[in-house]
Design a protein around this ligand. Sequence first.
Ligand code: HEM
Length: 458
Amino acid sequence: MFEEIKENFDFLKMRPAGTKGPASSQWLATQKLFFEDQIRFFKIMKGRYGDTYWYRLANIPFYAIHDPEVIETLLLKNNANLKKDVITHSLDDLLGIGLLTNEGESWKKQRKLASPSLSPKQIRSYATTMTDYTRDAVSTWKDGQVIHTQKEMMALTLRIVMKTLLGIDQLDIAKEAGKAIDDTMESFAKEHHTAWTMVPKFVNAPHRKTFQASIQILDKIIYDVINTRRKEDGDSDDLLNRFMISKDEDGNAMSDKQLRDEAITMFLAGHETTALSITYMLLLLAKNPDTLRRAQTEIDEIIGEEIPNMEHTKELIYLEAFANEAMRLYPPAWLIAREITDDFDIDGITYKKGHQVGIPICAIHHDSRWYKNPLKFNPSRWLDGSLDNNPRFAFIPFGGGARLCIGKHFAMMEMLLVVSTILQKYSVKDVTKDELVLEPAITLRPITPIHLELTARS
Ligand code: HEM
Protein backbone atom coordinates (compact mmCIF):
# COMPACT_ATOMS: atom_id res chain seq x y z
CA MET A 1 0.00 0.00 0.00
CA PHE A 2 2.72 2.43 1.06
CA GLU A 3 4.80 1.43 -1.97
CA GLU A 4 1.85 2.07 -4.29
CA ILE A 5 1.23 5.53 -2.85
CA LYS A 6 4.94 6.32 -3.08
CA GLU A 7 5.07 5.12 -6.70
CA ASN A 8 2.10 7.32 -7.61
CA PHE A 9 3.65 10.25 -5.83
CA ASP A 10 6.92 9.79 -7.75
CA PHE A 11 4.99 9.43 -10.97
CA LEU A 12 3.30 12.77 -10.37
CA LYS A 13 6.77 14.27 -10.18
CA MET A 14 8.03 12.74 -13.41
CA ARG A 15 7.41 15.85 -15.56
CA PRO A 16 10.15 16.11 -18.21
CA ALA A 17 12.35 19.20 -17.92
CA GLY A 18 11.22 22.18 -19.97
CA THR A 19 7.59 21.07 -20.40
CA LYS A 20 4.60 23.08 -19.27
CA GLY A 21 1.33 21.53 -18.14
CA PRO A 22 -0.95 21.07 -15.15
CA ALA A 23 0.85 20.85 -11.80
CA SER A 24 0.72 17.61 -9.77
CA SER A 25 -1.73 19.27 -7.40
CA GLN A 26 -4.16 19.65 -10.34
CA TRP A 27 -4.05 15.96 -11.25
CA LEU A 28 -7.60 15.16 -10.18
CA ALA A 29 -9.07 18.28 -11.78
CA THR A 30 -7.20 17.45 -15.01
CA GLN A 31 -8.62 13.90 -15.12
CA LYS A 32 -12.11 15.23 -14.49
CA LEU A 33 -11.83 17.77 -17.31
CA PHE A 34 -10.47 15.10 -19.67
CA PHE A 35 -13.24 12.59 -19.03
CA GLU A 36 -15.97 15.27 -19.19
CA ASP A 37 -15.14 16.51 -22.69
CA GLN A 38 -11.88 15.52 -24.31
CA ILE A 39 -11.91 18.00 -27.18
CA ARG A 40 -12.62 20.86 -24.78
CA PHE A 41 -9.82 19.50 -22.59
CA PHE A 42 -7.25 19.88 -25.39
CA LYS A 43 -8.47 23.36 -26.31
CA ILE A 44 -8.33 24.53 -22.67
CA MET A 45 -4.89 23.03 -22.12
CA LYS A 46 -3.55 24.71 -25.24
CA GLY A 47 -4.98 28.06 -24.07
CA ARG A 48 -3.22 27.62 -20.72
CA TYR A 49 0.09 26.02 -21.67
CA GLY A 50 0.70 26.69 -25.37
CA ASP A 51 1.47 24.36 -28.28
CA THR A 52 3.24 21.58 -26.37
CA TYR A 53 2.43 20.47 -22.85
CA TRP A 54 2.75 17.40 -20.66
CA TYR A 55 0.24 15.80 -18.34
CA ARG A 56 -0.58 12.49 -16.77
CA LEU A 57 -3.74 10.78 -17.96
CA ALA A 58 -4.69 8.20 -15.31
CA ASN A 59 -1.21 6.65 -14.89
CA ILE A 60 -0.05 7.34 -18.44
CA PRO A 61 2.42 10.19 -19.07
CA PHE A 62 1.41 12.17 -22.16
CA TYR A 63 2.76 15.03 -24.27
CA ALA A 64 0.23 16.86 -26.45
CA ILE A 65 1.36 18.78 -29.54
CA HIS A 66 -0.68 21.40 -31.39
CA ASP A 67 2.00 23.01 -33.59
CA PRO A 68 1.73 21.62 -37.16
CA GLU A 69 5.47 22.17 -37.83
CA VAL A 70 6.42 20.18 -34.72
CA ILE A 71 3.91 17.46 -35.68
CA GLU A 72 5.49 17.25 -39.13
CA THR A 73 8.97 16.93 -37.62
CA LEU A 74 7.68 14.30 -35.21
CA LEU A 75 5.91 12.14 -37.79
CA LEU A 76 8.40 12.54 -40.62
CA LYS A 77 11.81 12.81 -38.98
CA ASN A 78 11.30 10.97 -35.71
CA ASN A 79 9.12 8.12 -36.88
CA ALA A 80 11.89 5.63 -36.12
CA ASN A 81 11.65 6.61 -32.42
CA LEU A 82 7.90 6.08 -32.24
CA LYS A 83 5.44 3.25 -32.17
CA LYS A 84 1.65 3.23 -31.87
CA ASP A 85 0.38 4.40 -28.48
CA VAL A 86 -0.84 2.23 -25.58
CA ILE A 87 -4.51 2.86 -26.34
CA THR A 88 -4.18 1.79 -30.00
CA HIS A 89 -2.23 -1.27 -28.82
CA SER A 90 -5.06 -2.21 -26.49
CA LEU A 91 -6.84 -3.08 -29.75
CA ASP A 92 -4.26 -5.85 -30.33
CA ASP A 93 -6.70 -8.51 -29.06
CA LEU A 94 -9.10 -7.49 -31.79
CA LEU A 95 -6.79 -6.46 -34.63
CA GLY A 96 -3.88 -8.83 -34.06
CA ILE A 97 -0.98 -7.47 -36.08
CA GLY A 98 -2.86 -5.69 -38.85
CA LEU A 99 -1.56 -2.46 -40.39
CA LEU A 100 -2.99 -0.18 -37.70
CA THR A 101 -1.19 -1.93 -34.82
CA ASN A 102 1.81 -3.55 -36.52
CA GLU A 103 5.30 -2.09 -35.98
CA GLY A 104 8.82 -1.99 -37.45
CA GLU A 105 9.96 -4.23 -40.29
CA SER A 106 6.82 -6.39 -40.18
CA TRP A 107 4.63 -3.26 -40.60
CA LYS A 108 6.84 -2.04 -43.50
CA LYS A 109 6.51 -5.37 -45.29
CA GLN A 110 2.73 -5.53 -44.84
CA ARG A 111 2.25 -1.90 -45.86
CA LYS A 112 4.22 -2.58 -49.06
CA LEU A 113 2.06 -5.62 -49.78
CA ALA A 114 -1.22 -3.82 -49.12
CA SER A 115 -0.50 -0.40 -50.71
CA PRO A 116 -0.93 -1.30 -54.41
CA SER A 117 -4.41 -2.73 -53.70
CA LEU A 118 -5.59 0.65 -52.38
CA SER A 119 -3.89 2.87 -54.99
CA PRO A 120 -6.16 5.23 -57.01
CA LYS A 121 -5.78 2.97 -60.06
CA GLN A 122 -6.81 -0.19 -58.22
CA ILE A 123 -9.79 1.23 -56.34
CA ARG A 124 -11.44 2.42 -59.57
CA SER A 125 -13.24 -0.92 -59.86
CA TYR A 126 -14.90 -0.40 -56.45
CA ALA A 127 -16.75 2.70 -57.66
CA THR A 128 -19.56 0.61 -59.16
CA THR A 129 -20.18 -1.22 -55.86
CA MET A 130 -20.27 2.13 -54.05
CA THR A 131 -22.83 3.68 -56.39
CA ASP A 132 -24.89 0.45 -56.82
CA TYR A 133 -25.36 0.06 -53.08
CA THR A 134 -26.09 3.78 -52.61
CA ARG A 135 -28.70 3.63 -55.38
CA ASP A 136 -30.16 0.57 -53.65
CA ALA A 137 -30.51 2.48 -50.37
CA VAL A 138 -31.86 5.60 -52.11
CA SER A 139 -34.45 3.50 -53.97
CA THR A 140 -36.01 2.50 -50.61
CA TRP A 141 -36.42 6.16 -49.55
CA LYS A 142 -39.56 8.23 -50.21
CA ASP A 143 -40.30 11.92 -50.68
CA GLY A 144 -40.85 13.51 -47.25
CA GLN A 145 -39.23 10.63 -45.35
CA VAL A 146 -37.05 11.38 -42.33
CA ILE A 147 -33.88 9.27 -42.07
CA HIS A 148 -31.70 8.41 -39.09
CA THR A 149 -28.65 9.50 -41.00
CA GLN A 150 -25.79 7.84 -39.11
CA LYS A 151 -27.68 4.51 -38.98
CA GLU A 152 -28.34 4.60 -42.74
CA MET A 153 -24.74 5.54 -43.54
CA MET A 154 -23.25 2.92 -41.19
CA ALA A 155 -25.34 0.24 -42.89
CA LEU A 156 -24.37 1.51 -46.35
CA THR A 157 -20.61 1.82 -45.76
CA LEU A 158 -20.61 -1.56 -44.05
CA ARG A 159 -22.22 -3.18 -47.08
CA ILE A 160 -19.68 -1.44 -49.33
CA VAL A 161 -16.69 -2.49 -47.24
CA MET A 162 -17.96 -6.10 -46.89
CA LYS A 163 -18.26 -6.40 -50.66
CA THR A 164 -15.09 -4.55 -51.71
CA LEU A 165 -13.03 -6.16 -48.98
CA LEU A 166 -14.34 -9.70 -48.63
CA GLY A 167 -16.64 -10.12 -51.63
CA ILE A 168 -19.57 -10.72 -49.22
CA ASP A 169 -22.93 -9.59 -50.53
CA GLN A 170 -25.26 -11.27 -48.01
CA LEU A 171 -27.14 -8.71 -45.92
CA ASP A 172 -27.52 -11.02 -42.89
CA ILE A 173 -23.75 -11.51 -42.62
CA ALA A 174 -23.15 -7.78 -43.13
CA LYS A 175 -25.62 -7.08 -40.29
CA GLU A 176 -23.99 -9.62 -37.97
CA ALA A 177 -20.55 -8.15 -38.66
CA GLY A 178 -21.90 -4.62 -38.20
CA LYS A 179 -23.36 -5.47 -34.80
CA ALA A 180 -20.11 -7.16 -33.70
CA ILE A 181 -18.05 -4.12 -34.79
CA ASP A 182 -20.43 -1.74 -33.01
CA ASP A 183 -20.23 -3.82 -29.83
CA THR A 184 -16.44 -3.91 -29.88
CA MET A 185 -16.29 -0.14 -30.42
CA GLU A 186 -18.72 0.58 -27.61
CA SER A 187 -16.93 -1.74 -25.21
CA PHE A 188 -13.60 -0.25 -26.20
CA ALA A 189 -14.84 3.32 -25.66
CA LYS A 190 -16.16 2.37 -22.22
CA GLU A 191 -12.86 0.76 -21.32
CA HIS A 192 -10.53 3.52 -22.49
CA HIS A 193 -12.45 6.78 -22.55
CA THR A 194 -14.14 6.58 -19.15
CA ALA A 195 -12.97 5.99 -15.58
CA TRP A 196 -12.95 2.22 -16.38
CA THR A 197 -9.38 2.92 -17.61
CA MET A 198 -8.35 2.82 -13.96
CA VAL A 199 -10.09 -0.47 -13.06
CA PRO A 200 -7.74 -3.52 -13.01
CA LYS A 201 -8.05 -5.77 -16.07
CA PHE A 202 -8.93 -8.87 -14.02
CA VAL A 203 -12.32 -7.36 -13.12
CA ASN A 204 -14.64 -9.21 -15.48
CA ALA A 205 -17.05 -6.39 -16.39
CA PRO A 206 -19.92 -7.01 -18.90
CA HIS A 207 -18.37 -4.70 -21.55
CA ARG A 208 -15.11 -6.67 -21.34
CA LYS A 209 -17.00 -9.94 -21.97
CA THR A 210 -18.89 -8.35 -24.89
CA PHE A 211 -15.57 -7.25 -26.41
CA GLN A 212 -14.19 -10.82 -26.40
CA ALA A 213 -17.46 -12.35 -27.68
CA SER A 214 -17.62 -9.88 -30.60
CA ILE A 215 -14.06 -10.74 -31.62
CA GLN A 216 -15.09 -14.39 -31.89
CA ILE A 217 -18.03 -13.50 -34.15
CA LEU A 218 -15.82 -11.43 -36.46
CA ASP A 219 -13.14 -14.15 -36.52
CA LYS A 220 -15.66 -16.74 -37.60
CA ILE A 221 -17.00 -14.57 -40.45
CA ILE A 222 -13.54 -13.79 -41.78
CA TYR A 223 -11.97 -17.24 -41.39
CA ASP A 224 -15.02 -18.77 -43.15
CA VAL A 225 -14.42 -16.50 -46.14
CA ILE A 226 -10.67 -17.24 -46.18
CA ASN A 227 -11.28 -21.01 -46.00
CA THR A 228 -13.81 -20.91 -48.82
CA ARG A 229 -11.44 -18.85 -50.96
CA ARG A 230 -8.54 -21.21 -50.35
CA LYS A 231 -10.72 -24.09 -51.58
CA GLU A 232 -12.19 -22.26 -54.56
CA ASP A 233 -8.94 -20.76 -55.80
CA GLY A 234 -11.03 -18.16 -57.65
CA ASP A 235 -10.00 -14.66 -58.65
CA SER A 236 -12.72 -12.32 -57.39
CA ASP A 237 -12.01 -8.62 -57.51
CA ASP A 238 -11.91 -7.72 -53.83
CA LEU A 239 -9.22 -6.59 -51.45
CA LEU A 240 -8.95 -9.97 -49.71
CA ASN A 241 -8.21 -11.68 -53.00
CA ARG A 242 -5.59 -9.09 -53.85
CA PHE A 243 -4.00 -9.63 -50.43
CA MET A 244 -4.13 -13.42 -50.98
CA ILE A 245 -2.27 -13.29 -54.29
CA SER A 246 0.25 -10.60 -53.31
CA LYS A 247 3.77 -11.82 -52.53
CA ASP A 248 6.68 -10.11 -50.80
CA GLU A 249 10.21 -9.84 -52.29
CA ASP A 250 11.04 -13.37 -51.08
CA GLY A 251 7.95 -14.75 -52.77
CA ASN A 252 6.02 -15.29 -49.50
CA ALA A 253 2.26 -14.83 -49.40
CA MET A 254 0.25 -13.77 -46.30
CA SER A 255 -0.73 -16.49 -43.82
CA ASP A 256 -4.40 -16.98 -42.82
CA LYS A 257 -3.74 -15.16 -39.55
CA GLN A 258 -2.17 -12.19 -41.37
CA LEU A 259 -5.09 -12.09 -43.80
CA ARG A 260 -7.55 -12.16 -40.88
CA ASP A 261 -5.69 -9.37 -39.07
CA GLU A 262 -5.50 -7.15 -42.17
CA ALA A 263 -9.15 -7.78 -43.04
CA ILE A 264 -10.45 -6.91 -39.54
CA THR A 265 -8.20 -3.85 -39.48
CA MET A 266 -9.57 -2.56 -42.79
CA PHE A 267 -13.11 -3.18 -41.58
CA LEU A 268 -12.59 -1.27 -38.43
CA ALA A 269 -10.54 1.54 -39.92
CA GLY A 270 -12.60 1.94 -43.07
CA HIS A 271 -16.23 1.53 -42.12
CA GLU A 272 -17.21 3.88 -39.33
CA THR A 273 -14.81 6.71 -40.27
CA THR A 274 -16.28 6.94 -43.77
CA ALA A 275 -19.88 6.61 -42.52
CA LEU A 276 -19.29 9.47 -40.10
CA SER A 277 -17.71 11.76 -42.67
CA ILE A 278 -20.66 11.20 -45.04
CA THR A 279 -23.12 11.77 -42.18
CA TYR A 280 -21.46 15.09 -41.31
CA MET A 281 -21.41 16.12 -44.98
CA LEU A 282 -25.15 15.46 -45.27
CA LEU A 283 -25.88 17.30 -42.02
CA LEU A 284 -23.89 20.34 -43.13
CA LEU A 285 -25.59 20.33 -46.54
CA ALA A 286 -28.94 20.20 -44.77
CA LYS A 287 -28.06 23.03 -42.42
CA ASN A 288 -26.70 25.28 -45.18
CA PRO A 289 -29.21 25.40 -48.06
CA ASP A 290 -27.02 27.72 -50.19
CA THR A 291 -24.18 25.16 -50.13
CA LEU A 292 -26.66 22.38 -50.93
CA ARG A 293 -27.81 24.31 -54.02
CA ARG A 294 -24.22 24.91 -55.11
CA ALA A 295 -23.30 21.25 -54.64
CA GLN A 296 -26.37 20.11 -56.59
CA THR A 297 -25.69 22.57 -59.41
CA GLU A 298 -22.16 21.16 -59.72
CA ILE A 299 -23.46 17.58 -59.69
CA ASP A 300 -26.11 18.42 -62.32
CA GLU A 301 -23.49 20.02 -64.58
CA ILE A 302 -20.83 17.34 -64.28
CA ILE A 303 -22.80 14.13 -63.75
CA GLY A 304 -26.33 14.99 -64.84
CA GLU A 305 -28.43 11.81 -64.79
CA GLU A 306 -25.49 9.46 -65.35
CA ILE A 307 -24.34 7.08 -62.63
CA PRO A 308 -21.46 8.83 -60.81
CA ASN A 309 -18.02 7.31 -61.48
CA MET A 310 -14.42 7.94 -60.51
CA GLU A 311 -13.78 10.31 -63.44
CA HIS A 312 -16.69 12.51 -62.34
CA THR A 313 -15.30 12.77 -58.80
CA LYS A 314 -12.12 14.43 -60.14
CA GLU A 315 -14.25 17.28 -61.46
CA LEU A 316 -16.40 17.75 -58.35
CA ILE A 317 -14.24 20.63 -57.12
CA TYR A 318 -16.87 22.18 -54.83
CA LEU A 319 -18.00 18.88 -53.36
CA GLU A 320 -14.39 17.98 -52.59
CA ALA A 321 -13.92 21.36 -50.84
CA PHE A 322 -17.14 20.58 -48.97
CA ALA A 323 -15.80 17.18 -47.87
CA ASN A 324 -12.57 18.78 -46.64
CA GLU A 325 -14.44 21.45 -44.70
CA ALA A 326 -16.68 18.79 -43.11
CA MET A 327 -13.61 16.76 -42.04
CA ARG A 328 -11.95 19.94 -40.77
CA LEU A 329 -14.92 20.76 -38.56
CA TYR A 330 -15.76 17.19 -37.54
CA PRO A 331 -12.70 14.98 -38.13
CA PRO A 332 -13.83 11.33 -37.68
CA ALA A 333 -10.34 10.45 -36.39
CA TRP A 334 -10.11 13.31 -33.91
CA LEU A 335 -6.89 12.23 -32.14
CA ILE A 336 -3.87 10.16 -33.10
CA ALA A 337 -1.13 9.11 -30.72
CA ARG A 338 2.24 7.42 -30.43
CA GLU A 339 4.54 5.95 -27.79
CA ILE A 340 8.15 7.14 -27.70
CA THR A 341 10.63 4.26 -28.03
CA ASP A 342 13.82 6.36 -27.73
CA ASP A 343 14.51 9.85 -26.37
CA PHE A 344 14.74 12.69 -28.90
CA ASP A 345 14.60 16.50 -28.86
CA ILE A 346 12.45 18.90 -30.87
CA ASP A 347 12.71 22.67 -30.27
CA GLY A 348 14.45 22.25 -26.91
CA ILE A 349 11.96 19.75 -25.49
CA THR A 350 13.10 16.23 -24.74
CA TYR A 351 10.54 13.60 -25.67
CA LYS A 352 11.18 10.76 -23.28
CA LYS A 353 11.14 7.03 -23.92
CA GLY A 354 7.99 5.32 -22.62
CA HIS A 355 5.84 8.47 -22.64
CA GLN A 356 2.92 8.93 -25.08
CA VAL A 357 2.42 11.75 -27.59
CA GLY A 358 -1.09 12.90 -28.52
CA ILE A 359 -1.91 14.87 -31.68
CA PRO A 360 -5.39 16.35 -31.11
CA ILE A 361 -6.47 16.65 -34.76
CA CYS A 362 -9.81 18.23 -33.88
CA ALA A 363 -8.25 21.04 -31.81
CA ILE A 364 -5.68 21.66 -34.57
CA HIS A 365 -8.43 21.90 -37.19
CA HIS A 366 -10.21 24.48 -34.99
CA ASP A 367 -7.14 26.66 -34.43
CA SER A 368 -7.80 30.28 -35.44
CA ARG A 369 -4.14 30.70 -36.52
CA TRP A 370 -4.90 28.50 -39.54
CA TYR A 371 -8.64 28.97 -40.04
CA LYS A 372 -10.42 32.34 -39.76
CA ASN A 373 -13.64 31.91 -37.74
CA PRO A 374 -12.65 28.28 -37.18
CA LEU A 375 -16.03 27.05 -35.97
CA LYS A 376 -17.85 28.58 -38.95
CA PHE A 377 -18.65 26.14 -41.73
CA ASN A 378 -17.25 27.66 -44.92
CA PRO A 379 -16.32 25.28 -47.78
CA SER A 380 -15.22 28.26 -49.92
CA ARG A 381 -12.15 28.72 -47.74
CA TRP A 382 -10.70 25.72 -49.62
CA LEU A 383 -11.18 27.47 -52.97
CA ASP A 384 -10.39 31.15 -52.30
CA GLY A 385 -6.66 30.77 -51.60
CA SER A 386 -6.98 31.75 -47.92
CA LEU A 387 -5.44 28.47 -46.77
CA ASP A 388 -2.54 28.49 -49.25
CA ASN A 389 0.07 29.54 -46.68
CA ASN A 390 -1.04 27.17 -43.96
CA PRO A 391 1.50 24.63 -42.70
CA ARG A 392 1.02 21.24 -44.34
CA PHE A 393 0.07 19.51 -41.07
CA ALA A 394 -2.63 22.06 -40.14
CA PHE A 395 -5.10 19.74 -41.95
CA ILE A 396 -4.56 16.07 -41.15
CA PRO A 397 -7.88 14.17 -41.20
CA PHE A 398 -5.99 11.13 -42.54
CA GLY A 399 -2.90 11.57 -40.34
CA GLY A 400 0.51 12.08 -41.94
CA GLY A 401 3.99 10.68 -42.49
CA ALA A 402 4.72 6.99 -42.94
CA ARG A 403 1.49 5.93 -41.25
CA LEU A 404 -0.79 8.11 -43.32
CA CYS A 405 -4.20 6.44 -43.83
CA ILE A 406 -3.79 3.78 -46.51
CA GLY A 407 -7.51 4.05 -47.33
CA LYS A 408 -7.45 7.82 -48.00
CA HIS A 409 -8.23 7.55 -51.74
CA PHE A 410 -10.84 4.85 -51.14
CA ALA A 411 -12.54 7.03 -48.51
CA MET A 412 -12.49 10.22 -50.59
CA MET A 413 -13.91 8.40 -53.60
CA GLU A 414 -16.62 6.80 -51.46
CA MET A 415 -17.59 10.10 -49.82
CA LEU A 416 -17.94 11.89 -53.16
CA LEU A 417 -19.74 9.01 -54.90
CA VAL A 418 -22.21 8.35 -52.09
CA VAL A 419 -23.08 12.01 -51.50
CA SER A 420 -23.42 12.84 -55.21
CA THR A 421 -25.62 9.77 -55.79
CA ILE A 422 -27.91 10.88 -52.94
CA LEU A 423 -28.01 14.52 -54.04
CA GLN A 424 -28.95 13.57 -57.60
CA LYS A 425 -32.27 12.29 -56.24
CA TYR A 426 -32.92 14.15 -53.00
CA SER A 427 -32.47 17.45 -51.21
CA VAL A 428 -31.95 17.25 -47.44
CA LYS A 429 -33.28 19.36 -44.57
CA ASP A 430 -32.20 19.13 -40.94
CA VAL A 431 -35.14 18.25 -38.68
CA THR A 432 -33.05 17.02 -35.75
CA LYS A 433 -34.66 18.12 -32.50
CA ASP A 434 -31.68 17.72 -30.18
CA GLU A 435 -28.57 19.83 -30.26
CA LEU A 436 -25.64 18.03 -31.92
CA VAL A 437 -23.53 16.41 -29.19
CA LEU A 438 -20.34 14.66 -30.24
CA GLU A 439 -18.62 11.89 -28.34
CA PRO A 440 -14.90 11.73 -28.94
CA ALA A 441 -14.25 8.00 -28.46
CA ILE A 442 -12.08 6.16 -31.02
CA THR A 443 -13.96 8.14 -33.63
CA LEU A 444 -15.88 11.37 -33.26
CA ARG A 445 -19.49 10.14 -33.11
CA PRO A 446 -22.77 12.01 -32.75
CA ILE A 447 -24.49 10.79 -29.57
CA THR A 448 -28.03 11.64 -30.63
CA PRO A 449 -29.67 10.71 -33.98
CA ILE A 450 -29.19 13.13 -36.85
CA HIS A 451 -32.60 13.29 -38.53
CA LEU A 452 -32.76 14.56 -42.09
CA GLU A 453 -35.91 15.05 -44.12
CA LEU A 454 -35.70 14.08 -47.79
CA THR A 455 -37.34 16.01 -50.61
CA ALA A 456 -37.37 14.28 -53.99
CA ARG A 457 -35.87 16.43 -56.79
CA SER A 458 -38.06 16.85 -59.80
C1 HEM B 1 -13.01 9.41 -43.86
C2 HEM B 1 -12.52 8.20 -43.67
C3 HEM B 1 -11.21 7.90 -42.97
C4 HEM B 1 -10.52 8.65 -42.06
C5 HEM B 1 -10.89 10.01 -41.49
C6 HEM B 1 -9.33 7.89 -41.71
C7 HEM B 1 -8.35 8.35 -40.84
C8 HEM B 1 -7.17 7.68 -40.59
C9 HEM B 1 -6.08 8.20 -39.80
C10 HEM B 1 -6.06 9.56 -39.11
C11 HEM B 1 -5.10 7.27 -39.79
C12 HEM B 1 -3.73 7.41 -39.14
C13 HEM B 1 -3.70 6.83 -37.75
C14 HEM B 1 -2.41 7.16 -37.03
O1 HEM B 1 -1.55 7.86 -37.55
O2 HEM B 1 -2.28 6.68 -35.89
C15 HEM B 1 -5.57 6.13 -40.54
C16 HEM B 1 -4.86 4.96 -40.73
C17 HEM B 1 -5.36 3.87 -41.40
N1 HEM B 1 -6.52 3.81 -42.13
FE1 HEM B 1 -7.87 5.29 -42.37
N2 HEM B 1 -9.34 6.71 -42.40
C18 HEM B 1 -10.46 6.68 -43.19
C19 HEM B 1 -10.83 5.68 -44.07
C20 HEM B 1 -10.15 4.49 -44.24
C21 HEM B 1 -10.53 3.43 -45.15
C22 HEM B 1 -11.72 3.50 -46.11
C23 HEM B 1 -9.64 2.41 -44.96
C24 HEM B 1 -9.57 1.07 -45.65
C25 HEM B 1 -10.11 0.76 -46.80
C26 HEM B 1 -8.69 2.83 -43.94
C27 HEM B 1 -7.65 2.07 -43.48
C28 HEM B 1 -6.65 2.54 -42.64
C29 HEM B 1 -5.52 1.73 -42.21
C30 HEM B 1 -5.27 0.26 -42.53
C31 HEM B 1 -4.70 2.56 -41.44
C32 HEM B 1 -3.37 2.19 -40.81
C33 HEM B 1 -2.27 2.50 -41.81
C34 HEM B 1 -0.87 2.24 -41.29
O3 HEM B 1 -0.56 2.50 -40.13
O4 HEM B 1 -0.05 1.81 -42.12
N3 HEM B 1 -9.02 4.10 -43.55
N4 HEM B 1 -6.83 6.41 -41.03
